[in-house]
Design a protein around this ligand. Structure first.
Ligand code: PGA
Length: 253
C-alpha cells in the first residue's frame, strides 16, 4: 500500500507566533476529526522548524519539512541552510524543486540534483516537485518537460534512495491561481510519472512511490483529485494556512 500524504507548504507566510497558533489549531482540529491513514507534513519557513518539530512531537502522524535546502554541504555560503542543519533540528522532509524556486531563484535541474543528493546524504526524505508552464502545456510539451525534470533533477539517485522520495506534480499554471488540473489531467500525468519512475527503477518501486498533486487544491476539489488511481495526496499551499481547510483536505480521502 502506498503512503497517503497531505503536505502543507506555508511558503513565506506566518510569523513565529502565528505559526505556533496554526499548528495548535491543526492539532485541535485533528483531535476532532482525523484520518489516521494519512501522513501529514508541515512545511513552514526555516525560522519555525525547531518549534514546529517540538509542537508535533507527540503526534507521530505529523512530520516537519523545510521548503528548501542548500546544494552545498557546509561552509562560507552566507544565507544558505544545509541539509545537515535541517536534519539536526529533527526535521524529516525537505521540499526540493518547487516551481517558485525554479522560476524566481533560477534553480536548474542540475542544482536541484545536488540538493537532492545533499538531502539524502543527511537522512531527509525529499518531496521533489515538477510541473509544466501553461505555454509548455499548450505546445503539448508537458510530458516531455516532466520527464526531463525528473531525469535531470532526480534520477541520479540509487535504487535504494528512491524509497525516500515523494514526487509532487504541480502544474505551474495551477499554483495560487485558483485554476486546478481536472482530476483526469492529474491522473493522466501521475500515471505518466509512475511509468517514467518504473522505466528507471522498476515496477515495484514505481508502485510504492507516493505522487502528490499540487496547485489550487482545496477542500472543495481535493476529493475528486484524491479519488484518482495514481494520486496519493496533495501538496497544499494557500489552503494549508487555515486549519479547518487543511484538515478538511486531510479528510478528503
Ligand atoms: P497553492 O500552492 O495550493 O496555493 O496553489 C501549491 C504549492 O505551490 O505547493
Amino acid at each position: 500500500m502506498r503512503k497517503k500524504i497531505v503536505a502543507g507548504n506555508w511558503k513565506m507566510n506566518k510569523t513565529l507566533p502565528e505559526g505556533k497558533q496554526l499548528i495548535k489549531s491543526i492539532i485541535d482540529e485533528l483531535n476532532h476529526r482525523n484520518n489516521k491513514e494519512v501522513k501529514i507534513v508541515l512545511a513552514p519557513s526555516f525560522v519555525h522548524l525547531q518549534n514546529a518539530v517540538e509542537l508535533v512531537s507527540e503526534f507521530n502522524q505529523i512530520s516537519v519539512a523545510a521548503q528548501n535546502c542548500s546544494d552545498k554541504s557546509s561552509g562560507a555560503y552566507t544565507g544558505e541552510v544545509s541539509a545537515e542543519i535541517i536534519n539536526s533540528v529533527g526535521c524529516e522532509y525537505v521540499i526540493i524543486g518547487h516551481s517558485e524556486r525554479r522560476l524566481y531563484y533560477l534553480e536548474t535541474n542540475n542544482i536541484l540534483s545536488e540538493k537532492v543528493n545533499q538531502a539524502l546524504n543527511n537522512q531527509l526524505h525529499v518531496i521533489f516537485c515538477c510541473g509544466e508552464s501553461i505555454e509548455e502545456r499548450n505546445d503539448q510539451k508537458h510530458f516531455e518537460i516532466i520527464k526531463s525534470q525528473l531525469t535531470e533533477g532526480l534520477f541520479q539517485i540509487s535504487d535504494n534512495q528512491i524509497d525516500k522520495i515523494v514526487i509532487a506534480y504541480e502544474p505551474v499554471w495551477a499554483i495560487g491561481t485558483g485554476l486546478t488540473a481536472s482530476p483526469e489531467q492529474a491522473q493522466e500525468m501521475h500515471q505518466f510519472i509512475r511509468i517514467v519512475v518504473s522505466e528507471k527503477f522498476g515496477e515495484h518501486k514505481a508502485n510504492n512511490i507516493s505522487i502528490l498533486y499540487g496547485g489550487s487544491c482545496s477542500s472543495s476539489n481535493a476529493k475528486s483529485i484524491f479519488n484518482q488511481k495514481d494520486v496519493d495526496g496533495g501538496l497544499i499551499g494557500g489552503a494549508s494556512l487555515k486549519s479547518v481547510d487543511f484538515v478538511d483536505i486531510i479528510n478528503s480521502f
